[in-house]
Design a protein around this ligand. Structure first.
Ligand SMILES: *Cc1c(COP(=O)(O)O)cnc(C)c1O
Length: 361
């Protein structure tokens, strides 16, 4: 007897570690470790989710036409070129499964999202990392790392966990400079929190090698329900639909997401609050000697003097019931990523960091 061996690459995957969500013995925890919406989901999405319980015995739609129509209406997109998935994670997996395999390379940036490496390895491809410039995506290092074996280049714009982003000219230079046949995937998990940015739509419309992914997990507060979508050239959507599970999304997911994307008023209010509290918290922390890069997302990456100070502050915050995210696995061991919470939570973070700084002086 012998144990079956998995495909090459799979055992090289480090298990994904999610943000911590509880502290033993505390019920006043503020969870700022997973970039969730502090206001939860739209009441309309919750109502739609609840009514979907009457259809539990029915198979859901396989073509997601109603949700795709709603996304198309809201964003002014051709709904035939939208694909919906179990979080944008599923779309990222489908892209790798379809376009990268053994012998191929998948490019991502130094502090890029953990899933890019995981999904490349899961497909048997080789992940390749390009250095960033001071925690910002660097088009030059990406282009020089690309070879004829590079099949996909993933960038999150704005990026997690840095919160920084690159502009339209840089994106176009990247799309045009990649080798022929290499797909540029713009992960737009945080697009809605950036000002005057459409996620790279004009780039997608004018090229054949650019694809965008989006999610309901961040702005729409539906991370627990798992819904994301992708938009790109018709040919790519046709490829991904062949390998997508026909019933990948349940009634509950489809109904809640549709109600969420149609509730523009709730979404606008959440964006406005995020913008206000993000600036307030970043300034207040900087005044305490904890700087951060200007964030275009719903979190800030707080920089400490060194690894020890970051770890000590993390422990201090936990003592105070505040959970933030250590990002050592993103090669940023001297930083902590702090989700922008509601006003009370942001004030708690700043007060706790102030007392941390005072007691260490
Ligand atoms: C949170 C996040 C996602 C979203 O993942 P879902 O599977 O849609 O929940 C995608 N990309 C990045 C960079 C993220 O931070």
């Amino acid at each position: 007897m012998s144990t079956p061996s998995p495909q090459p690459g799979i055992m090289d995957i480090s298990l994904y570690v999610g943000g911590q969500s509880a502290l033993p013995g505390r019920d006043d925890v503020v969870k700022l470790s997973s970039n969730e919406n502090p206001f939860g989901a739209s009441p309309k999405a919750i109502a739609a989710f609840e009514s979907s319980s009457r259809q539990l015995h029915r198979y859901p739609s396989t073509d997601h036409a109603s949700l795709r129509g709603a996304i198309g209406d809201v964003h002014g997109l051709d709904s035939d070129r939208i694909i919906c998935g179990v979080g944008s994670d599923e779309i990222l997996h489908l892209l790798c499964q379809a376009y990268a395999g053994p012998g191929d390379e998948v490019l991502h940036t130094e502090h890029g999202f953990a899933i890019y490496k995981i999904t490349a390895l899961a497909a048997g491809a080789t992940p390749v990392e390009a250095k960033e410039r001071e925690r910002v995506t660097d088009v030059d290092t990406l282009l020089s790392a690309a070879t004829e074996r590079t099949k996909i280049c993933f960038i999150a714009n704005p990026n997690n966990p840095t919160g920084t982003m690159i502009g339209g000219n840089d994106l176009a230079r990247l799309a045009d400079g990649l080798p022929k046949g290499c797909l540029l995937v713009l992960d737009g998990a945080y697009v809605e929190f950036a000002e005057d940015y459409d996620g790279g739509l004009s780039l997608i419309e004018s090229r054949e090698n650019v694809f965008m992914t989006r999610t309901f997990s961040k702005l729409y507060g539906l991370g627990g329900l798992r819904i994301g979508w992708g938009y790109g050239p018709r040919e790519i959507i046709g490829v991904l639909n062949r390998i997508r599970g026909p019933f990948n999304l349940s009634h509950a997911q489809l109904a809640a997401a549709e109600a969420a994307v149609r509730d523009r008023e709730f979404a606008a209010r959440c964006v406005a609050e995020n913008t206000r509290m993000r600036a307030w918290m970043a300034n207040a922390l900087a005044e305490l000697g904890v700087p951060s890069d200007t964030s275009c997302a719903n979190f800030i990456l707080a920089r400490f003097a060194n690894v020890d100070e970051a770890a000590a502050c993390d422990a201090w915050l936990k003592e105070d019931g505040i959970i933030v995210r250590q990002v050592a696995s993103y090669k940023l061991p001297h930083c902590l990523r702090v989700t922008v919470g509601d006003e009370a939570s942001c004030r708690r973070v700043v007060a706790a960091v102030r007392s941390f700084k005072e007691q260490t002086q």
